[in-house]
Design a protein around this ligand. Structure first.
Ligand SMILES: [Fe+2]
Length: 405
């Protein structure tokens, strides 16, 4: 155990000294901590067993001042420097959120692996400090293996998601306590919303919670109260209510809330609607992923959850499973997905559906070419309208949108 503490202590002191030489400039911390972690190579000596034992030592672990708040399962501070910490984070299931940070530093994969995606956000409309509309665009996607180290600049310089694949994945995070210049801790919801849900006032939070309770136990009161909250509340409250309703109400209920919110906020609401639909994709992929122990399918579903790019998905499939055409691998995985013990793709419709899916995943978009490719496999359509209808239906499946659109 001493080895873990020695290693962390040495790293902490080195970072503390380097940072002091910059007058503890927050803007310098990401680069210097990235360099220190890269040079220390902590993944070579810090095993899962040694870290778990160290994190459970009563007398050595520093005072823990933050709750994990879904960030780490759990996260444990192992070193406390002056205005910075070194933490180890244990992960069982990945984080879905795309976010930026109010701190700067660096992270390193000590065990397991992660999907890491970086994004750009072009702001089109500011609602307030913690709610923005714009276009979120994937900048880079990569698989991180044990030993990967990445800097964490605070604020919008790093908008990212880190989805941890293996159970457990363990990461080391060196971070400042807080960078006061970094603004709101925005989360991004594809394709257009940036929001800091922690910025809700306690009153707003309690109104939303009370509505959930009423929906569960007094549905007669729920709709009048929804109307009242929407009439008096702001755009952020309406968005969060709509977002929550997608997970808990049927289609008709969601449409009813959307109509009520439109009555109050008008066209201002339109920019938020696509991100509500994207929530359906996230929920279905999470649900399917939790329902299977198949490691390959869990990896595939993690890609569908996290990576909004056909090319990046295929590249990562090829990197993780070399030797087989990634397109064929993806088609085989889709055939294997089951819902309640039955195949997701009905056997009766499977041959033509899968052939069509294969063409889209392979990057073919021209309808005449798709028709010819299917004909070469002995699969035909009665007319072009039938092909168009099947293509449209397939492209409208949110789960596969990254691969088919
Ligand atoms: Fe992060």
């Amino acid at each position: 155990m001493t080895m873990v503490w020695d290693e962390i202590e040495r790293l902490g002191r080195r970072i503390g000294e380097a940072w002091a030489r910059t007058s503890r400039d927050e803007a310098a911390f990401a680069a210097l901590s990235h360099e220190a972690v890269t040079r220390a190579e902590p993944w070579r000596t810090l095993s899962v067993e040694a870290l778990a034992e160290a994190a459970l030592e009563h007398d050595r672990v520093p005072v823990q001042t933050r709750f994990s708040e879904q960030f780490g399962e759990p996260s444990v501070v192992l070193f406390r420097g002056e205005s910075f910490t070194i933490e180890v984070l244990f992960w069982v299931d990945g984080l879905v959120s795309i976010h930026q940070h109010r701190f700067s530093g660096a992270f390193c994969v000590l065990a397991g692996s992660s999907i890491h995606c970086r994004y750009r956000f072009a702001e089109a409309r500011r609602v307030n400090a913690w709610l923005r509309l714009g276009a979120l665009e994937l900048a880079h996607a990569e698989l991180l293996a044990r030993g990967a180290v990445r800097p964490i600049p605070s604020g919008p310089d790093l908008i990212h998601s880190t989805f941890h694949l293996d159970r457990p994945t363990i990461t080391l995070v060196v971070r400042t306590d807080a960078d006061i210049e970094s603004g709101a801790q925005l989360e991004y919801r594809r394709p257009s919303v940036a929001i800091d849900p922690r910025a809700l006032t306690p009153q707003q939070q309690k109104r939303l919670e009370l509505l959930q309770t009423l929906r569960a136990v007094r549905s007669d009161l729920y709709w009048p109260m929804v109307e009242r909250v929407l009439a008096q509340g702001d755009l952020a409250e309406a968005y969060l209510l709509l977002h929550e309703s997608r997970a808990s109400l049927d289609d008709a209920g969601c449409q009813r809330i959307l109509a009520l919110a439109r009555d109050v906020h008008g066209e201002a609401l339109d920019g938020f609607v696509p991100s509500l639909a994207d929530g359906d994709r996230v929920r279905s992929a999470m649900w399917l992923r939790r329902a299977t122990d198949d490691d390959e399918l869990r990896f595939f579903l993690a890609l569908l959850l996290q990576v909004p790019s056909r090319a990046a998905i295929l590249e990562m499939v090829g990197e993780r499973y070399p030797g087989v055409d990634p397109v064929e691998r993806v088609v085989a995985w889709v055939e294997r997905i089951e819902v309640d013990g039955a195949p997701l793709i009905e056997r009766a419709a499977a041959a033509r559906w899968l052939a069509l899916f294969r063409e889209l995943v392979g990057g073919r978009t021209d309808r005449a070419e798709i028709k010819a490719a299917l004909a070469a496999r002995g699969l035909s359509y009665r007319n072009d309208f039938e092909l168009y209808s099947e293509l449209t239906a397939l492209r409208e499946i949110p789960l596969f949108a990254a691969l088919t659109c």
